[in-house]
Design a protein around this ligand. Structure first.
Ligand code: 8YV
Length: 334
Protein backbone atom coordinates (compact mmCIF):
# COMPACT_ATOMS: atom_id res chain seq x y z
CA UNK A 1 0.00 0.00 0.00
CA UNK A 2 1.73 3.19 -1.22
CA UNK A 3 0.27 5.92 1.11
CA UNK A 4 -0.48 5.81 4.86
CA UNK A 5 -3.94 7.20 4.17
CA UNK A 6 -6.21 4.17 3.90
CA UNK A 7 -8.66 4.38 1.02
CA UNK A 8 -12.28 4.61 2.12
CA UNK A 9 -14.56 1.81 1.03
CA UNK A 10 -18.34 2.05 1.24
CA UNK A 11 -19.92 -1.42 1.55
CA UNK A 12 -23.63 -1.22 0.80
CA UNK A 13 -24.79 -4.75 1.69
CA UNK A 14 -24.20 -7.24 4.54
CA UNK A 15 -21.28 -9.64 4.06
CA UNK A 16 -19.93 -12.64 6.06
CA UNK A 17 -17.36 -11.36 8.59
CA UNK A 18 -14.33 -13.09 7.08
CA UNK A 19 -14.62 -10.88 4.01
CA UNK A 20 -15.16 -7.72 6.08
CA UNK A 21 -12.07 -8.54 8.15
CA UNK A 22 -10.02 -8.96 4.96
CA UNK A 23 -11.18 -5.53 3.78
CA UNK A 24 -10.68 -3.87 7.17
CA UNK A 25 -6.98 -4.69 6.99
CA UNK A 26 -6.59 -2.33 4.03
CA UNK A 27 -9.56 0.01 3.89
CA UNK A 28 -11.18 2.62 6.08
CA UNK A 29 -14.53 0.85 5.97
CA UNK A 30 -17.93 2.53 5.86
CA UNK A 31 -19.89 -0.63 6.68
CA UNK A 32 -23.00 -1.31 8.71
CA UNK A 33 -23.37 -4.95 9.83
CA UNK A 34 -27.12 -5.07 9.28
CA UNK A 35 -29.43 -6.87 6.84
CA UNK A 36 -31.30 -3.59 6.35
CA UNK A 37 -31.52 -2.81 2.62
CA UNK A 38 -30.42 0.83 2.17
CA UNK A 39 -32.52 2.96 -0.18
CA UNK A 40 -30.90 4.88 -3.02
CA UNK A 41 -31.37 8.10 -1.03
CA UNK A 42 -29.74 6.57 2.08
CA UNK A 43 -26.75 5.45 -0.02
CA UNK A 44 -26.43 8.97 -1.44
CA UNK A 45 -26.42 10.51 2.05
CA UNK A 46 -23.75 8.05 3.22
CA UNK A 47 -21.65 9.07 0.19
CA UNK A 48 -22.14 12.76 0.96
CA UNK A 49 -21.23 12.20 4.63
CA UNK A 50 -18.18 10.05 3.88
CA UNK A 51 -17.03 10.34 0.23
CA UNK A 52 -15.57 6.94 -0.67
CA UNK A 53 -12.60 5.99 -2.87
CA UNK A 54 -14.45 2.79 -3.74
CA UNK A 55 -17.84 1.13 -3.35
CA UNK A 56 -18.86 -2.53 -2.96
CA UNK A 57 -22.52 -3.23 -3.73
CA UNK A 58 -25.01 -5.86 -4.98
CA UNK A 59 -26.61 -5.93 -8.41
CA UNK A 60 -29.72 -4.21 -7.10
CA UNK A 61 -27.82 -0.96 -6.37
CA UNK A 62 -28.35 1.58 -9.14
CA UNK A 63 -25.04 3.25 -9.97
CA UNK A 64 -26.39 6.18 -12.00
CA UNK A 65 -25.13 9.64 -12.97
CA UNK A 66 -26.64 11.20 -9.83
CA UNK A 67 -24.74 8.81 -7.54
CA UNK A 68 -21.47 9.19 -9.50
CA UNK A 69 -21.83 12.98 -9.45
CA UNK A 70 -22.49 12.88 -5.70
CA UNK A 71 -19.38 10.76 -5.18
CA UNK A 72 -17.29 13.18 -7.25
CA UNK A 73 -13.66 12.75 -8.31
CA UNK A 74 -12.65 10.85 -5.16
CA UNK A 75 -14.40 7.68 -6.39
CA UNK A 76 -11.88 5.54 -8.30
CA UNK A 77 -13.31 2.01 -8.28
CA UNK A 78 -16.58 0.12 -8.16
CA UNK A 79 -16.83 -3.52 -7.04
CA UNK A 80 -20.15 -5.02 -8.07
CA UNK A 81 -21.24 -8.24 -6.35
CA UNK A 82 -22.58 -9.58 -9.64
CA UNK A 83 -21.71 -10.79 -13.13
CA UNK A 84 -24.42 -8.53 -14.56
CA UNK A 85 -23.67 -4.80 -14.92
CA UNK A 86 -26.89 -3.36 -16.36
CA UNK A 87 -27.33 -1.45 -13.07
CA UNK A 88 -24.20 0.63 -13.72
CA UNK A 89 -23.98 3.73 -15.98
CA UNK A 90 -20.92 2.52 -17.90
CA UNK A 91 -20.64 5.60 -20.12
CA UNK A 92 -20.48 7.88 -17.06
CA UNK A 93 -17.90 5.59 -15.39
CA UNK A 94 -15.75 5.65 -18.53
CA UNK A 95 -15.94 9.45 -18.68
CA UNK A 96 -14.80 9.64 -15.04
CA UNK A 97 -12.09 6.97 -15.42
CA UNK A 98 -13.73 4.80 -12.76
CA UNK A 99 -12.65 1.13 -12.89
CA UNK A 100 -15.19 -1.66 -12.34
CA UNK A 101 -14.59 -5.10 -10.84
CA UNK A 102 -17.24 -7.85 -11.24
CA UNK A 103 -17.73 -11.57 -10.50
CA UNK A 104 -18.11 -13.71 -13.66
CA UNK A 105 -17.65 -17.49 -13.72
CA UNK A 106 -17.91 -18.36 -10.04
CA UNK A 107 -21.74 -18.28 -10.10
CA UNK A 108 -22.27 -20.14 -13.37
CA UNK A 109 -23.01 -23.52 -11.76
CA UNK A 110 -25.26 -22.00 -9.11
CA UNK A 111 -27.35 -20.10 -11.64
CA UNK A 112 -27.52 -23.07 -14.02
CA UNK A 113 -28.70 -25.35 -11.19
CA UNK A 114 -31.39 -22.86 -10.24
CA UNK A 115 -32.47 -22.56 -13.89
CA UNK A 116 -33.14 -26.32 -13.95
CA UNK A 117 -35.04 -26.10 -10.65
CA UNK A 118 -37.16 -23.22 -12.03
CA UNK A 119 -37.77 -25.02 -15.32
CA UNK A 120 -38.95 -28.22 -13.59
CA UNK A 121 -40.95 -26.26 -10.97
CA UNK A 122 -42.73 -24.49 -13.84
CA UNK A 123 -43.16 -27.43 -16.24
CA UNK A 124 -44.36 -29.78 -13.48
CA UNK A 125 -46.49 -27.15 -11.70
CA UNK A 126 -44.71 -27.60 -8.36
CA UNK A 127 -46.15 -24.47 -6.70
CA UNK A 128 -49.72 -25.47 -7.67
CA UNK A 129 -49.12 -29.03 -6.44
CA UNK A 130 -47.73 -27.84 -3.08
CA UNK A 131 -50.72 -25.52 -2.72
CA UNK A 132 -53.11 -28.46 -3.47
CA UNK A 133 -51.51 -30.44 -0.62
CA UNK A 134 -51.98 -27.55 1.80
CA UNK A 135 -55.58 -26.72 0.83
CA UNK A 136 -56.80 -30.34 0.82
CA UNK A 137 -57.30 -30.62 -2.94
CA UNK A 138 -55.05 -33.72 -3.06
CA UNK A 139 -57.11 -36.86 -3.63
CA UNK A 140 -60.31 -35.02 -4.52
CA UNK A 141 -60.11 -35.66 -8.29
CA UNK A 142 -60.31 -39.02 -10.10
CA UNK A 143 -59.09 -37.35 -13.28
CA UNK A 144 -55.87 -39.21 -14.23
CA UNK A 145 -54.64 -36.03 -15.87
CA UNK A 146 -54.89 -34.06 -12.58
CA UNK A 147 -51.91 -31.75 -12.06
CA UNK A 148 -50.21 -33.05 -15.22
CA UNK A 149 -47.29 -31.04 -16.52
CA UNK A 150 -45.13 -30.81 -19.60
CA UNK A 151 -42.43 -33.41 -20.28
CA UNK A 152 -38.82 -32.55 -21.10
CA UNK A 153 -38.05 -35.77 -22.98
CA UNK A 154 -37.68 -35.32 -26.75
CA UNK A 155 -38.30 -31.59 -26.44
CA UNK A 156 -36.61 -28.75 -28.31
CA UNK A 157 -34.85 -26.31 -25.98
CA UNK A 158 -34.24 -22.74 -27.14
CA UNK A 159 -31.53 -20.79 -25.31
CA UNK A 160 -31.31 -17.03 -25.87
CA UNK A 161 -27.68 -16.21 -25.07
CA UNK A 162 -25.38 -19.27 -25.09
CA UNK A 163 -22.69 -17.73 -22.86
CA UNK A 164 -21.13 -19.48 -19.85
CA UNK A 165 -24.47 -19.72 -17.99
CA UNK A 166 -26.51 -20.63 -21.09
CA UNK A 167 -24.08 -23.44 -21.95
CA UNK A 168 -24.04 -24.72 -18.35
CA UNK A 169 -27.85 -24.93 -18.48
CA UNK A 170 -27.69 -26.78 -21.82
CA UNK A 171 -25.21 -29.29 -20.39
CA UNK A 172 -27.52 -29.94 -17.44
CA UNK A 173 -30.48 -30.54 -19.77
CA UNK A 174 -28.76 -33.05 -22.05
CA UNK A 175 -29.21 -35.99 -19.59
CA UNK A 176 -33.00 -35.34 -19.70
CA UNK A 177 -33.12 -36.98 -23.19
CA UNK A 178 -34.01 -33.73 -24.92
CA UNK A 179 -34.17 -33.74 -28.73
CA UNK A 180 -32.00 -30.73 -29.56
CA UNK A 181 -30.82 -27.27 -28.44
CA UNK A 182 -31.41 -24.20 -30.53
CA UNK A 183 -29.60 -21.01 -29.56
CA UNK A 184 -29.61 -17.41 -30.71
CA UNK A 185 -27.34 -14.53 -29.95
CA UNK A 186 -24.58 -12.35 -31.37
CA UNK A 187 -22.51 -15.15 -32.89
CA UNK A 188 -22.40 -18.87 -33.69
CA UNK A 189 -20.25 -20.98 -31.37
CA UNK A 190 -17.61 -23.45 -32.54
CA UNK A 191 -18.21 -26.94 -31.09
CA UNK A 192 -15.53 -29.65 -31.32
CA UNK A 193 -17.44 -32.84 -30.66
CA UNK A 194 -19.67 -34.37 -33.32
CA UNK A 195 -22.31 -34.86 -30.63
CA UNK A 196 -22.36 -31.13 -29.85
CA UNK A 197 -22.43 -30.24 -33.54
CA UNK A 198 -25.56 -32.46 -33.83
CA UNK A 199 -27.14 -31.18 -30.60
CA UNK A 200 -26.59 -27.41 -30.89
CA UNK A 201 -28.09 -25.36 -33.72
CA UNK A 202 -27.55 -21.59 -34.15
CA UNK A 203 -30.77 -19.96 -35.41
CA UNK A 204 -32.42 -16.56 -35.72
CA UNK A 205 -34.34 -15.37 -32.65
CA UNK A 206 -37.75 -15.71 -34.36
CA UNK A 207 -36.92 -19.23 -35.56
CA UNK A 208 -35.99 -20.18 -32.01
CA UNK A 209 -39.36 -18.85 -30.78
CA UNK A 210 -41.28 -20.79 -33.45
CA UNK A 211 -39.57 -24.15 -32.87
CA UNK A 212 -38.86 -24.31 -29.12
CA UNK A 213 -40.89 -26.18 -26.50
CA UNK A 214 -38.87 -24.49 -23.74
CA UNK A 215 -37.35 -21.02 -24.20
CA UNK A 216 -34.64 -20.04 -21.69
CA UNK A 217 -33.38 -16.47 -21.40
CA UNK A 218 -29.68 -16.38 -20.42
CA UNK A 219 -28.42 -13.22 -22.10
CA UNK A 220 -27.38 -9.83 -20.68
CA UNK A 221 -29.83 -6.90 -20.45
CA UNK A 222 -28.76 -4.11 -22.80
CA UNK A 223 -30.27 -1.81 -25.42
CA UNK A 224 -30.52 -4.71 -27.91
CA UNK A 225 -32.24 -7.15 -25.53
CA UNK A 226 -34.54 -4.80 -23.55
CA UNK A 227 -38.16 -6.02 -23.98
CA UNK A 228 -37.14 -8.41 -26.75
CA UNK A 229 -39.89 -10.67 -25.37
CA UNK A 230 -42.89 -8.56 -26.35
CA UNK A 231 -46.33 -9.17 -27.90
CA UNK A 232 -44.85 -10.07 -31.28
CA UNK A 233 -42.43 -12.54 -29.70
CA UNK A 234 -45.18 -14.32 -27.75
CA UNK A 235 -47.35 -14.51 -30.90
CA UNK A 236 -44.60 -16.58 -32.54
CA UNK A 237 -44.13 -19.02 -29.65
CA UNK A 238 -45.93 -22.40 -29.46
CA UNK A 239 -49.12 -22.35 -27.37
CA UNK A 240 -47.70 -25.11 -25.15
CA UNK A 241 -44.26 -23.47 -24.86
CA UNK A 242 -42.72 -22.62 -21.49
CA UNK A 243 -40.58 -19.50 -20.95
CA UNK A 244 -37.81 -19.40 -18.32
CA UNK A 245 -35.93 -16.21 -17.34
CA UNK A 246 -32.83 -16.35 -15.11
CA UNK A 247 -31.18 -13.28 -16.70
CA UNK A 248 -32.90 -9.90 -16.15
CA UNK A 249 -36.54 -8.85 -15.82
CA UNK A 250 -36.10 -6.01 -18.33
CA UNK A 251 -35.68 -8.51 -21.20
CA UNK A 252 -39.39 -9.31 -20.94
CA UNK A 253 -42.30 -6.89 -21.43
CA UNK A 254 -44.25 -8.09 -18.40
CA UNK A 255 -47.63 -6.67 -19.56
CA UNK A 256 -47.27 -8.65 -22.80
CA UNK A 257 -46.24 -11.73 -20.80
CA UNK A 258 -49.29 -11.38 -18.56
CA UNK A 259 -51.58 -11.31 -21.61
CA UNK A 260 -49.79 -14.24 -23.25
CA UNK A 261 -50.14 -16.37 -20.09
CA UNK A 262 -53.72 -15.26 -19.43
CA UNK A 263 -54.84 -15.91 -23.04
CA UNK A 264 -53.03 -19.24 -23.42
CA UNK A 265 -50.63 -17.92 -26.05
CA UNK A 266 -47.90 -19.74 -24.15
CA UNK A 267 -48.39 -22.45 -21.53
CA UNK A 268 -46.39 -21.13 -18.56
CA UNK A 269 -43.46 -19.00 -17.42
CA UNK A 270 -40.83 -19.31 -14.70
CA UNK A 271 -39.10 -16.11 -13.60
CA UNK A 272 -36.16 -15.66 -11.21
CA UNK A 273 -35.86 -12.02 -12.25
CA UNK A 274 -38.54 -9.37 -12.64
CA UNK A 275 -39.13 -5.62 -13.03
CA UNK A 276 -39.05 -4.22 -10.41
CA UNK A 277 -37.32 -6.37 -7.79
CA UNK A 278 -38.85 -7.15 -5.42
CA UNK A 279 -42.08 -7.57 -7.38
CA UNK A 280 -44.99 -5.91 -5.53
CA UNK A 281 -47.10 -8.63 -3.85
CA UNK A 282 -50.21 -7.41 -5.71
CA UNK A 283 -48.54 -7.66 -9.14
CA UNK A 284 -50.85 -9.26 -11.78
CA UNK A 285 -48.27 -11.95 -12.65
CA UNK A 286 -48.60 -13.28 -9.09
CA UNK A 287 -52.30 -13.93 -9.68
CA UNK A 288 -51.54 -16.46 -12.43
CA UNK A 289 -51.26 -20.21 -11.63
CA UNK A 290 -49.11 -20.71 -14.74
CA UNK A 291 -46.47 -18.21 -13.62
CA UNK A 292 -43.81 -19.39 -11.15
CA UNK A 293 -41.68 -16.61 -9.62
CA UNK A 294 -38.51 -16.98 -7.52
CA UNK A 295 -36.91 -14.00 -5.65
CA UNK A 296 -33.73 -13.65 -7.76
CA UNK A 297 -31.88 -16.53 -6.10
CA UNK A 298 -29.90 -17.68 -9.16
CA UNK A 299 -26.51 -17.35 -7.53
CA UNK A 300 -27.79 -18.01 -4.03
CA UNK A 301 -25.75 -21.06 -3.27
CA UNK A 302 -23.18 -20.86 -0.47
CA UNK A 303 -20.20 -21.61 -2.71
CA UNK A 304 -21.15 -19.15 -5.40
CA UNK A 305 -21.81 -16.30 -2.97
CA UNK A 306 -18.60 -16.93 -1.01
CA UNK A 307 -16.58 -17.01 -4.22
CA UNK A 308 -18.30 -13.84 -5.44
CA UNK A 309 -17.39 -12.15 -2.14
CA UNK A 310 -13.78 -13.32 -2.38
CA UNK A 311 -13.57 -12.07 -5.97
CA UNK A 312 -14.84 -8.64 -4.86
CA UNK A 313 -12.23 -8.55 -2.07
CA UNK A 314 -9.45 -9.56 -4.49
CA UNK A 315 -10.57 -7.05 -7.14
CA UNK A 316 -10.47 -4.26 -4.52
CA UNK A 317 -7.17 -5.25 -2.91
CA UNK A 318 -5.47 -5.65 -6.27
CA UNK A 319 -6.72 -2.33 -7.62
CA UNK A 320 -5.57 -0.38 -4.57
CA UNK A 321 -2.17 -2.06 -4.62
CA UNK A 322 -1.62 -1.23 -8.29
CA UNK A 323 -2.12 -4.82 -9.47
CA UNK A 324 -4.59 -5.94 -12.17
CA UNK A 325 -8.00 -6.98 -10.85
CA UNK A 326 -8.93 -10.65 -11.07
CA UNK A 327 -11.98 -9.64 -13.15
CA UNK A 328 -12.15 -6.05 -14.40
CA UNK A 329 -15.06 -5.13 -16.66
CA UNK A 330 -13.82 -4.04 -20.07
CA UNK A 331 -16.20 -1.08 -20.39
CA UNK A 332 -15.52 -0.59 -24.13
CA UNK A 333 -16.55 -4.12 -25.07
CA UNK A 334 -19.24 -4.48 -22.36
C1 8YV B 1 -26.52 -11.26 -7.87
C2 8YV B 1 -26.87 -11.48 -10.33
O1 8YV B 1 -26.78 -12.01 -6.78
O2 8YV B 1 -24.59 -11.77 -10.62
C3 8YV B 1 -25.62 -11.27 -11.06
O3 8YV B 1 -25.63 -10.59 -12.11
O4 8YV B 1 -27.89 -11.10 -10.77
C4 8YV B 1 -26.83 -12.14 -9.03
O5 8YV B 1 -25.87 -13.13 -8.99
C5 8YV B 1 -27.32 -10.06 -7.73
O6 8YV B 1 -26.93 -9.19 -8.71
C6 8YV B 1 -27.08 -9.44 -6.38
O7 8YV B 1 -25.82 -8.97 -6.25
Amino acid sequence: MTSAVRPRLLVVHQMPTQFIHALERVFDLDYKDTSTRFTHEQILSRIRANPPDAMLFPGQTKIDKELLTTAGDKLKMLATFSVGFDHIDLKECKKRGIAIGYTPGVLTDGVADLAIALLLATSRRVAEAMKAVRNGQWGQSSDIMWMCGKPLVNSTIGIVGLGQIGLAIARRLQPFSIERILYSGTREKQFDSENDKRMFQFVEFNELLRQSDFVIIACALNDQTRHMFNKQAFEQMKNDAILINIARGGIINQEALYDALKNGQIQAAGLDVTTPEPLPTDHPLLSLENCTIFPHIGSADVNARHQMAQLCVDNLLNFFSGKPMVHELKIDSA
